[in-house]
Design a protein around this ligand. Structure first.
Ligand code: NAG
Ligand code: NAG
Length: 425
């Protein structure tokens, strides 16, 4: 009898202890949710996603975690010198990410979930006093700026492996071209002209991919046309995020991730728009003429230096002062620029530390700054177009490498023109 009493007393005691123990645990978590703004601020920069989200098990192949070599990362002092440490939200996020990097926090360990990555408004309002006055699209960008792993809709995992049986199997140049689902005609013009895949100039293998997001649900459904196009040409990559100007940084991040994984041996990578004209033979000769170490450290295009955020809320590149405060590092215009393939893994690591910035080419400039790589100005890249009177001059066009912007029809006409054997310059 006494034994039973002792036993029940013991059970009671243990139960009470467990209840007490769990309730303190509960308090802990509740407490950690109520920390100050500095603590809250740390969170988003840590939520670097590893592209392994569990959203939507699609029949297509999912991206997996990048190779571990990507993870070791040090940031050049140039970035700290270029971007002031002040009270603006993005600046604070950056410095918080850099502090975490120094502490050796595992930036890549966090689980990512595409359906849970958006930040709520109250949290953002505590960090940006005028957040609700931001343009709606900008608010949308800020809420989704930790979302880095959209589901894959179309992939080309064998893009850079094809042609393995031949001797010239190494990709010399990979064109990655920002397009949108409806731009069928523009893509076809690029395929028939400057983006044609194959072996050029006796031995340089060129591959092409188009980067697509998804069209909004209000738009006509193009998915079956796109999957036909993807099967027929084998050059479409598509992710399930809405096409919009402020999602271009996400698109750039996906292109980096894809290239590091599926085309790691490319010597050079082009990033640009589908409405530019590229003089591929001139571009290839330029790249071929480069010597080491430049060939392995290249970030070249039309360089925009000393730019600063535009503060007119009506401008499509508007940046609110409470979001970002400081100049932009020098960057190559996003209409089209060239990167050495050897830089891509480091560039991708940098993009995992540096918070997303709404303007993709400025963001690329920030990531290169973090690597200590300077953009190389090349006057043959004309991302703001050339003088009106020169536009139809084939000899001038033939000397240039890139011209923004040209319609599908203009692209075909120019391509034919500069390849005319009767053209004498
Ligand atoms: C081309 O592919 C073959 C066979 O897969 C391989 O042995 C060779 O190293 C490759 N060449 C280059 C330049 O990558
Ligand atoms: C970016 O894409 C996501 C996912 O589709 C979408 O929710 C968001 O509204 C888009 N952002 C902008 C600024 O359009």
């Amino acid at each position: 009898m006494r034994h039973i009493q002792t036993l029940s007393a013991l059970v009671l005691f243990v139960t009470m202890f467990l209840i007490f123990f769990y309730s303190t645990l509960h308090l802990e978590t509740a407490y950690s949710l109520r920390t100050g703004p500095e603590e809250l601020l740390k969170e988003p920069s840590l939520q670097v996603h590893d592209g392994d989200g569990k959203a939507q098990p699609s029949q297509q192949e999912r991206f997996t975690t990048p190779p571990p070599a990507v993870l070791n990362m040090s940031v050049s002092d140039g970035l700290r010198q270029a971007i002031p440490q002040n009270g603006a939200y993005w600046n604070r996020l950056l410095y918080s990410a850099l502090r975490n990097l120094v502490k050796g926090d595992n930036l890549f360990g966090r689980d990512s979930d595409w359906s849970l990555c958006r930040q709520n408004q109250e949290h953002l309002q505590t960090n940006m006093h005028d957040f609700t006055a931001y343009p709606v699209l900008f608010q949308d960008f800020v809420q989704g700026m930790n979302c880095r792993s959209p589901p894959v809709l179309l992939n080309q995992p064998n893009k850079c492996i094809s042609g393995q049986e031949k001797e010239d199997n190494q990709t010399f140049l990979l064109f990655t071209i920002k397009s949108t689902p409806g731009n069928f005609v523009q893509r076809q013009a690029v395929r028939e002209t400057w983006g044609r895949e194959g072996v050029h100039l006796s031995g340089l293998r060129v591959h092409t991919v188009f980067l697509l997001g998804s069209s909004p649900p209000e738009d006509p459904d193009l998915s079956s046309l796109l999957s036909f196009e993807a099967r027929h040409f084998g050059d479409l990559l598509q992710w399930d995020f809405h096409e919009s100007l402020l999602n271009l940084t996400l698109k750039m991040n996906m292109f980096l991730q894809w290239t590091v994984k599926y085309c790691p041996a490319a010597s050079f990578v082009f990033s640009g728009d589908d409405d530019v004209f590229v003089n591929t033979p001139t571009l290839l000769r330029y790249l071929q003429s480069l010597e080491l170490p430049k060939a392995s450290q290249l970030y070249a295009g039309q360089v925009i230096s000393k730019a600063s955020p535009l503060r007119d809320p009506k401008n499509k590149y508007y940046i609110p002062p409470s979001f970002y405060d400081g100049p932009y590092p020098a960057y190559a215009g996003g209409g089209g620029f060239i990167i050495s393939g050897a830089l891509l893994p480091r560039l991708y690591s940098a993009s995992r530390v540096i918070p997303f910035f709404p303007i993709d080419d400025v963001y690329a400039g920030m990531c290169f700054k973090a690597l200590g790589v300077f953009p190389e100005a090349n006057a043959d890249f004309q991302t703001f177009d050339i003088n009106e009177q020169d536009r139809d001059n084939l000899c001038i066009n033939k000397k240039l490498i890139l011209i923004h912007r040209r319609s599908a029809r203009q692209i075909k006409k120019l391509w034919k023109g500069i390849h005319n054997p009767l053209l004498t310059c």
